[in-house]
Ligand binder design. Structure first.
Ligand code: FES
Length: 123
């Protein structure tokens, strides 16, 4: 887990994307908000809440591919861009706007949370 100081700024610089190997995720602690940032092999970057909506599995340790994350605890799948549950009825993940700077730094906004695209119930 990588910590970043709490900030009232809209955008946080989490440092170079190279700290996350392609095809993997890393957990960042932003004040009291745990966030998982994922680096896709095609260069896309995603950010979601760090804990699975099913039973709080560590999503940064899951398997990612094709814009999806598979939770390492019970293998439930979520869409990384929208947070939507795929093939199950758990609540959608919170997603956060994230991009890369010209220098390849991760720029994350935790104030501009996108609303969940689908609400579900925990089975
Ligand atoms: S905790 Fe993520 S699928 Fe169960």
């Amino acid at each position: 887990m990588i910590s970043a100081p709490p900030s009232t700024d809209r955008t946080l610089n989490l440092g170079p994307i190279e700290q996350i190997p392609p095809g993997e995720g890393r957990r960042f602690q932003i004040g009291n908000v745990p966030v998982a940032v994922f680096r896709a092999r095609d260069g896309q970057v995603f950010a979601t809440q760090a804990l699975c909506t099913h039973k709080a599995g560590p999503l940064a340790d899951g398997i990612m591919g094709a814009g999806k994350i598979v939770c390492p605890l019970h293998s439930y799948t979520f869409d990384l861009a929208t947070g939507a549950p795929l093939g199950h009825t758990c609540k959608a993940l919170k997603t956060y706007p994230v991009s890369l700077s010209a220098d390849g730094d991760i720029l994350l906004s935790i104030e501009g949370q996108r609303p969940s695209s689908r609400e579900g119930k925990q089975p």
